[in-house]
Ligand binder design. Structure first.
Ligand code: ATP
Ligand code: MG
Length: 441
């Protein structure tokens, strides 16, 4: 891709309306564009990052055996009346009337719709567990949309649902998601801590929020720092190994403010391990038993007896994660962003210095890009006539993790190669490719 032909509308300065660094950067490098309050278009750069995050989320759902499907954004009010949430959800729900005067809504979440699908499709306990997910836009008419795509009205979410025959089996499903979330956030190079959470309007009795630390986060958290050292690497997908994993985490106090109790915090956490700070919620898992299956009559036949299924739901804020990664990785003082290579919009930027009457550096850049292509490395060539320092400054902001610079002194065999934020090295192309590939693993 050539920079001159791409839709990357870079702003000279930070937009004044943005209060936190992810919102500033996303507007500054043209990842998103607001279309109405809390509603955004995703421009090519932002969309590429979000799609890569989505793919990682998807792979980690598939890895624990969840089936992907797709439910619509618009739902009928009928099923919400059955569960009792049509009234309860209040003004956050966007209600729409169609031409036949039917009450519709833009889905803020999908417990009702999936329960309806389940009850019409599954009859026997032998078909359990059913683990299902989709990745779809949601709409919540937030009172105060803010911080760009971090708290907006239309956002992209992965939501999964589990259906089981008993509490015991349902906890096994819950724990699978617990592990898959740890794996997902690790692949995004985020350190997300599972914290005991309140179940809020979704209801139920067991819940964890996955929170990454950030000064600009909206969740207040109280935790024992030692929870950051808990490892999940050797966990196997069986009941014993998964419940041991949960126990390893739950040994340490970690709650959000709804569950916070000063005495408990002081008693359970030695002073030197106490951490009271803020974070961003990137995922949330709930177990709520028969809260929806009972009123909506979703049951299976178990040896002639009708059993209401036990359900859980599991959300990841796919679009919010784009901002969360920026909050975690962007060095705003030095204006340097470095995306984890797994979600970077391009893996390598080629920055040739182009003189008016001499296109030889551009030719070298094109030759180089052919080699990157052969090795499946995604690149962008800055073919503008900007000077070197402004190209580097621009690409430091865009955050593509590797840069190759081709200046006037270039001999055509060695290139100035740098990992963003580090000193450049002079390397031949095969060594550059090797370095990028090592990082992709
Ligand atoms: P919050 O407490 O941040 O309002 P929530 O608890 O209402 O979120 P859930 O129903 O748990 O949200 O939704 C699952 C995930 O969807 C959240 O963990 C979050 O990452 C994301 N999400 C929720 N609301 C928004 C929003 N308004 N904008 C962007 N992402 C959101
Ligand atoms: Mg939540």
């Amino acid at each position: 891709m050539y920079f001159s032909k791409s839709l990357i509308p870079i702003l000279k300065n930070n937009p004044t309306e943005a209060k936190i660094k992810s919102h500033q950067l996303m507007l500054r490098i043209g990842m998103i564009k607001q279309s109405a309050s809390g509603i955004y278009s995703w421009l090519p750069l932002g969309f590429k990052v979000m799609k890569k995050i989505e793919q990682i989320v998807r792979e980690e759902q598939d890895n624990i055996g969840v089936q992907e499907m797709l439910m619509p954004t618009i739902q009928s009010s009928e099923i919400w009346k059955e569960s009792g949430r049509y009234e309860d959800y209040g003004e956050e729900m966007l209600r729409i009337t169609d031409r036949q005067n039917r009450e519709m809504l833009y889905g803020p979440t999908n417990e009702e719709l999936i329960t309806d699908i389940f009850r019409n499709s599954i009859k026997s306990y032998k078909s359990l567990p059913q683990l299902l997910y989709h990745i779809q836009w949601k709409f919540r008419d937030e009172l105060r949309p803010r911080f760009g795509i971090m708290r907006c009205r239309e956002f992209y979410m992965k939501d999964a649902y589990s259906f089981d025959i008993s509490d015991e089996e349902a906890l096994f499903s819950y724990n699978k998601f617990f592990l898959s979330y740890l794996r997902t956030f690790k692949r995004l190079e985020l350190s997300a801590i599972p914290m005991a959470a309140d179940t809020g309007p979704i209801g139920g009795n067991l819940s964890h929020e996955f929170i990454i630390l950030a000064e600009t986060g909206e969740s207040k958290i109280y935790t024992d720092k030692r929870i950051f050292d808990v490892q999940s690497d050797n966990t196997k997908i069986n009941k014993k190994s998964l419940s041991e994993l949960r126990e390893k985490f739950e040994k340490f106090y970690a709650v959000t403010d709804e569950k916070y109790n000063k005495k408990e915090f002081d008693d359970k956490v030695p002073e030197e391990h106490r951490l009271n700070t803020k974070g961003i919620e990137v995922g949330h898992i709930f177990y709520f038993g028969d809260k929806y299956s009972k009123p909506m009559n979703a049951s299976v036949d178990l040896q002639g007896k009708k059993e209401f299924v036990k359900m859980g739901s599991y959300g990841v804020g796919v679009s919010r994660l784009v901002g969360a990664i920026i909050e975690a990785k962007f060095d705003d003082k030095n204006e340097i962003m470095k995306w984890p290579i797994s979600v970077a919009p391009y893996e390598c930027a080629i920055l040739p210095l182009i003189n008016k009457n001499d296109k030889s550096n551009l030719e070298k850049a094109i030759n180089l890009s052919n080699e990157l292509s052969k090795n499946n490395i995604e690149f962008i060539i800055d073919d503008t006539d900007d000077n070197f320092s402004s190209k580097i400054k621009k690409f430091n902001l865009i955050g593509i993790p590797f840069q190759i610079m081709i200046g006037n002194k270039n001999d055509g065999t060695n290139f100035e190669f740098r990992e963003v934020g580090q000193e450049p090295k002079s390397l031949p192309i095969d060594k550059i490719i090797e370095q990028i590939k090592i990082n992709k693993k």
